[in-house]
Design a protein around this ligand. Structure first.
Ligand code: PDD
Length: 284
C-alpha cells in the first residue's frame, strides 16, 4: 500500500480521505502536476515548480507550501514509497465549501494531495513500437494552457481512440493540431525541420516540450514553432509526442495512414535518447 500526502500528513492511501464538498470534485476547481522520477530523483523539477506556480496564479488558488517545503514533500514521498522509476502526481484544489459557484471565503484551506505511481518510463514498449493516433476536434475550453483537472474531454478522446484501435488522439482546432490529449505534438518535415505549435492559451506549455526545444536548438536542428494541419502531419517524414509520463514517443500512424515509413523515425528516436540524457542530468 502506498503512502500519500494529504494536507500536511503522510497517510496510508486507504486512510487519505477528502470531503465530498471539495471543489476539485464538484467543479474541477483544481490544478495538477505530473513529474517523472528516475533513480529515485525528480526529473526537471524546476520546470514543474514553475508551471505549478503559474497555474496557481492563473486561477488565484491559495497554496501554503513554499518552494523548499514542496520539494521536501516530493522527496519524502519518493523515499517513503521506495519509488525508483515512475511519477509523482500533485493536485491542489480550492478546498471544501458549501456548493456555490463563487469562490469560497479567503482563508478556506486548499486541498493538497501528492502520491507516487511506479512506471517504467525508460524501457517502454510504446517507445519501440510508436503510437497509432486518430485526430479529433479540440472541444476543450479556451484555457488549455492552465493545467487543470478538467480532463473529461481528454478521457473521452482517449476512449474514442481506443474504440478505433488507436493509442491516443491529436486534437484539431481551426484546422490545425493543438496538441495531444495529454502530450505535445511534433512533426518532422521532409527537409528535416522539427515543427510544433507555438505556445498560446490553446495548449499546455509542456515541461518536456520546453526542454526538448532547447535540445533541438543545441543540436543545430531546424525548429519551426508554427501550427500544422493533419494533412501536413500525414505528409511529414516523422511525428512524435512529448510528455513527462512518456518522455518522447514516435508516432507511426495517424487517421489510419502511415507517417513516413510507418515505423519510429530516426530523429524521434535520437531526440528520445537526447531527452533521456537530459532527464538524468536534471535529476534533483
Ligand atoms: N500530461 N499537453 C497536455 C494536454 C497534457 O496533459 C500534458 C501532460 C502535456 C505535456 O506536459 P509535460 O511535458 O509537462 O508533461 C501536454 C500529463 C503527463 C498527464 O496528464 O498525465
Amino acid at each position: 500500500m502506498r503512502t500519500v500526502y494529504l494536507n500536511g500528513a503522510y497517510l496510508p492511501e486507504d486512510q487519505a480521505n477528502i470531503s465530498v464538498f471539495d471543489r476539485g470534485f464538484m467543479f474541477a476547481d483544481s490544478i495538477y502536476e505530473v513529474t517523472a522520477v528516475l533513480d529515485g530523483k525528480l526529473v526537471d523539477y524546476q520546470r514543474h515548480r514553475g508551471r505549478l506556480r503559474r497555474s496557481l496564479a492563473a486561477l488565484g488558488l491559495p497554496f501554503g507550501l513554499d518552494d523548499a517545503q514542496l520539494l521536501q514533500v516530493h522527496r519524502d514521498l519518493i523515499q517513503r514509497n521506495q519509488l525508483g522509476e515512475g511519477l509523482v502526481y500533485l493536485q491542489v484544489s480550492r478546498g471544501a465549501a458549501d456548493r456555490n459557484f463563487l469562490f469560497p471565503a479567503a482563508g478556506t484551506p486548499p486541498t493538497v494531495v501528492l502520491y507516487t505511481q511506479a512506471k517504467a518510463i525508460i524501457d517502454s514498449p510504446l517507445a519501440q513500437r510508436g503510437l497509432v493516433l486518430i485526430s479529433l476536434p479540440d472541444l476543450r475550453w479556451g484555457r488549455s494552457d492552465i493545467k487543470t483537472t478538467q480532463l473529461l474531454y481528454a478521457c473521452m478522446a482517449k476512449e474514442q481512440a481506443r474504440a478505433q484501435g488507436a493509442d491516443d488522439a491529436w486534437l484539431v482546432r481551426d484546422g490545425c493540431v493543438t496538441e495531444g490529449s495529454s502530450n505535445n505534438a511534433f512533426i518532422v518535415t521532409a527537409n528535416g525541420s522539427v515543427v510544433t505549435r507555438p505556445l498560446s492559451t490553446a495548449l499546455l506549455p509542456g515541461t518536456t516540450r520546453d526542454a526538448l526545444l532547447a535540445l533541438v536548438q543545441a543540436e543545430g536542428l531546424r525548429l519551426e514553432e508554427r501550427a500544422f494541419t493533419v494533412e501536413e502531419a500525414l505528409a511529414a517524414s516523422e511525428a512524435f509526442i512529448s510528455s513527462s509520463s512518456s518522455f518522447i514517443y514516435p508516432v507511426v500512424r495517424l487517421d489510419g495512414q502511415p507517417i513516413g515509413h510507418g515505423t519510429p523515425g530516426p530523429l524521434a528516436q535520437r531526440l528520445r535518447a537526447l531527452y533521456i540524457e537530459h532527464a538524468y542530468a536534471s535529476l534533483g
